[in-house]
Design a protein around this ligand. Structure first.
Ligand code: 16G
Ligand code: MG
Length: 554
C-alpha cells in the first residue's frame, strides 16, 4: 500500500471514530444496532465491501437495513459477488474491522489482511460496490458513511442504487456479475414476465376470477410495501391490495410485518373483520421474509398462520409434481437425474418435516441463518430452503437448467402443447421467477400465487396440507449467551454440560415433545423452542426448559 493510500485511509477513518465502549459483531446477517452508534461500523463495512470487490475482481453489494428490527435501529450487510451473503471466511475480518480502536489500528488490520489474502491495494485495480438502503430515516446518512468507506480505497466506485429491498440489491449484484441487465426495472420485468409465463400455463378450466385472484399484503410500513406497489402494476391475473405501505402514518415493524405475524400469531394493524377468509400475506421490513395468514373470525384477534414451512411444502409439492410429469415415460438412462432436496432448520414444525419426508424428499437441517441454508441448498440440482419465519427460495443448478432447456426445446419440436412440455416450461419459468441470489418475499409471493392458481387451490386447501404441531418460543436473558454451544444443527447443546440431559428428561414427559435452545445471533438472549401434541404441553415444556436455562446460566 502506498503512502497516499495510507494517508487517505487515516484521514477518512478519523472522521468516523468508534463510539466508546461499543462492541460490534457481524452476527447472523450483518451488523445491527441502534442507528446512532453505527456510522463507524458502516464506514468500515464500506471498506470491506471494496476490498472484497478488489479481491474477486467482481461487483459486491452493501445494503443498509435492520430488517424486522425497530425503526430506531439500523444495520449493514454485504453481498458477495454471487449475490449471496458475504463469505463466512471474511466474517472474523468484518468483526475485527468494526471493533478496531482507532485509525491506526484500522490501517494496520487492512494492511495485514490484504497481505494474507493477496489483495493488491495499488489504485490500479478497480473495485465496484452497489449500494442500497431501506426506508429508515437513518438510512441516508449511513449510506453516506458507506460511500466514504468505499472511496477510502483508491480506485473503488460506490454506485448508489437508491432505496431498495434487500433481495433487490442481492439480485442486482448477481445479475451484474453474470453480465445481465441489472437495473431495478430489469428486476421488475424479470419477475412480472416469468410470473405471466407461469400464469399462462394454468389449465384453462382452472382460471379464476373475482376474490380468488385477490391477495391482501401487509407491507410492514417498510420498503417492501412501497416496492410492491410498483411491481403489482405490471402483473396480470393477480390483484394485490397493499396495506401498511408506510405512507399512511404507520410505523415500520410496529404491530405489522412478517416477524410480528409469525411470532405473535395475531392480526396485524389495518387488518380486521373485512378480511375474514381472504388470502393475506406479510412482508418484513426489508422484504426478504414472507408469511401468509388467514383472519378466521370476527371474535378472535388470532390468525391462522401459513408460515415458511408451508410455503416450502407448497413449492416442494409443485416442483416434485412437475418433475414427475417431465420424467414420465422417459428412458431412465437418458434422463438427467436431478437431485431434489429441501433444507430446514430446527425451528421447522415437526409436522412439516414429516410431510416432506412422506413426499419422499430428502430433508436436511442446518443452523439458523440464511447463509447456512443457502449453502446446503446449493448442493442440490433443485434445492428448496425455508426457515419457518419466511426466509427462503429455490436454487437451480446450472447443469440442471441447461439440461432442462435442451429437453424443453426437444419437447417443443416433438410434442408442443403436451403435458411434458408444459411441465418443462413451468420449471423453467419458476427458475426465472425465483430470486436465486437470496430469499425474496416478492418472488416467493408470485411463485406461491402462481402455484395456487395452477393447482386451483384456496389458501384453506393449502393450509390443510398438514396440521402444525402446537409450539412455543421463549427467550431468556442471560449473563453470557456465548456460554451455550450447540451441535447437530442446533438440536443438541454441548455446553454447559448436563443441560442437554436435563432438557431430554423434560421433553420425554410430553407426547410428540421436542425442544431445543440456542443463543440468538441477533439479540443478547438464549432462545427456547418447544413443540408437543397440545398447546398446553408445548407451553409447559417451553417454560420448564427456560427454567433450566436460568438454572444453568442465570
Ligand atoms: C436473521 C437471519 C435469519 C434468522 C434470524 C434468527 C438472514 C438474512 N437473516 O434475521 O435467517 O432466522 O436472524 O435470529 O440470515 P436469532 O438468531 O435472533 O434467532
Ligand atoms: Mg429481513
Amino acid at each position: 500500500m502506498d503512502e497516499d493510500q495510507k494517508s487517505i485511509l487515516l484521514k477518512a477513518s478519523a472522521r468516523f471514530p468508534i463510539p466508546p465502549g461499543a462492541k460490534f459483531s457481524y452476527g447472523t446477517a450483518g451488523f445491527r444496532a441502534d442507528a446512532l452508534v453505527l456510522e463507524s461500523t458502516v464506514y468500515r463495512a464500506g471498506i470491506l465491501a471494496a476490498l472484497r470487490s478488489l479481491q474477486t475482481r467482481s461487483v459486491t453489494g452493501l445494503v443498509i437495513t435492520a430488517s424486522h428490527n425497530k425503526i430506531s435501529d439500523n444495520g449493514v450487510k454485504i453481498a458477495d459477488p454471487s449475490g449471496g451473503m458475504l463469505t463466512q471466511a471474511w466474517e472474523p475480518f468484518a468483526d475485527a474491522l468494526a471493533n478496531a480502536a482507532d485509525s491506526n489500528h484500522l490501517l494496520q488490520l487492512i494492511i495485514e489482511f490484504a497481505k494474507k489474502e493477496g489483495i493488491l491495494i495499488d489504485g490500479h485495480c478497480r473495485a465496484e460496490v452497489l449500494l442500497g438502503r431501506d426506508t429508515r430515516p437513518s438510512g441516508e446518512s449511513l449510506l453516506e458513511a458507506a460511500k466514504q468507506g468505499i472511496n477510502s480505497i483508491v480506485g473503488s466506485a460506490a454506485v448508489d442504487m437508491g432505496i431498495l429491498t434487500t433481495p433487490q440489491l442481492h439480485w442486482m449484484v448477481r445479475a451484474r456479475n453474470k453480465g445481465l441487465k441489472a437495473s431495478e426495472r430489469d428486476y421488475f420485468v424479470q419477475l412480472s414476465s416469468s410470473f405471466r409465463w407461469l400464469m399462462n400455463l394454468v389449465p384453462g378450466e382452472r382460471k379464476v376470477t373475482g376474490t380468488d385472484n385477490k391477495l391482501v399484503v401487509d407491507g410492514a410500513n417498510g420498503v417492501g410495501g412501497e416496492k410492491l406497489e410498483c411491481l403489482m402494476n405490471r402483473l396480470d391475473g393477480l390483484v394485490i391490495e397493499v396495506r401498511n405501505t408506510g405512507k399512511g402514518g404507520g410505523i415500520l415493524n410496529e404491530g405489522v410485518g412478517a416477524d410480528y405475524v409469525q411470532k405473535e400469531k395475531v392480526v396485524p394493524q389495518e387488518f380486521g373483520s373485512n378480511d375474514i377468509g381472504m388470502r393475506c400475506a406479510s412482508l418484513d421490513g426489508d422484504a426478504d421474509r414472507l408469511v401468509y395468514f388467514i383472519v378466521p373470525s370476527v371474535s378472535s384477534h388470532n390468525i391462522v398462520l401459513v408460515d415458511g414451512d408451508k410455503i416450502l411444502s407448497l413449492f416442494a409439492l409443485f416442483i416434485k409434481e412437475q418433475l414427475g410429469i417431465l420424467y414420465k415415460g422417459v428412458d431412465e438412462n437418458n434422463a438427467y437425474k436431478a437431485r431434489l432436496g429441501v433444507v430446514q432448520t430446527a425451528y421447522a414444525n415437526g409436522a412439516s418435516t414429516d410431510f416432506l419426508k412422506e413426499l419422499g424428499l430428502e430433508v436436511v437441517l442446518t443452523p439458523t441463518g440464511v447463509k447456512f441454508l443457502h449453502e446446503k441448498a446449493a448442493e442440490c440440482d433443485i434445492g428448496i430452503y425455508f426457515e419457518a419465519n419466511g426466509h427462503g427460495t429455490i436454487l437451480f443448478s446450472d447443469s440442471f437448467l441447461s439440461w432442462l432447456e435442451k429437453r424443453h426445446n426437444e419437447l417443443s419440436s416433438m410434442s408442443e402443447g403436451s403435458e411434458q412440455q408444459k411441465a418443462a416450461m413451468r420449471l423453467l419459468a419458476a427458475s426465472k421467477l425465483v430470486n436465486q441470489a437470496v430469499g425474496d418475499a416478492f418472488s416467493g409471493l408470485l411463485l406461491a400465487e402462481a402455484i395456487l392458481q395452477n393447482l386451483s387451490w384456496s389458501i384453506n386447501r393449502w393450509n390443510e396440507l398438514y396440521q402444525d404441531l402446537p409450539s412455543r418460543q421463549l427467550k431468556v436473558k442471560v449473563m453470557d449467551r456465548t456460554a451455550v454451544v450447540t451441535a447437530n444443527a442446533e438440536t443438541v447443546v454441548v455446553k454447559p454440560s448436563g443441560i442437554q440431559e436435563a432438557i431430554n428428561a423434560e421433553t420425554v414427559k410430553y407426547p410428540r415433545g421436542r425442544s431445543f435452545i440456542r443463543p440468538s445471533g441477533t439479540e443478547d438472549v438464549i432462545r427456547v423452542y418447544a413443540e408437543a401434541s397440545t398447546q398446553e404441553g408445548a407451553d409447559s415444556l417451553a417454560h420448564s426448559v427456560a427454567k433450566l436455562v436460568e438454572q444453568f446460566l442465570g
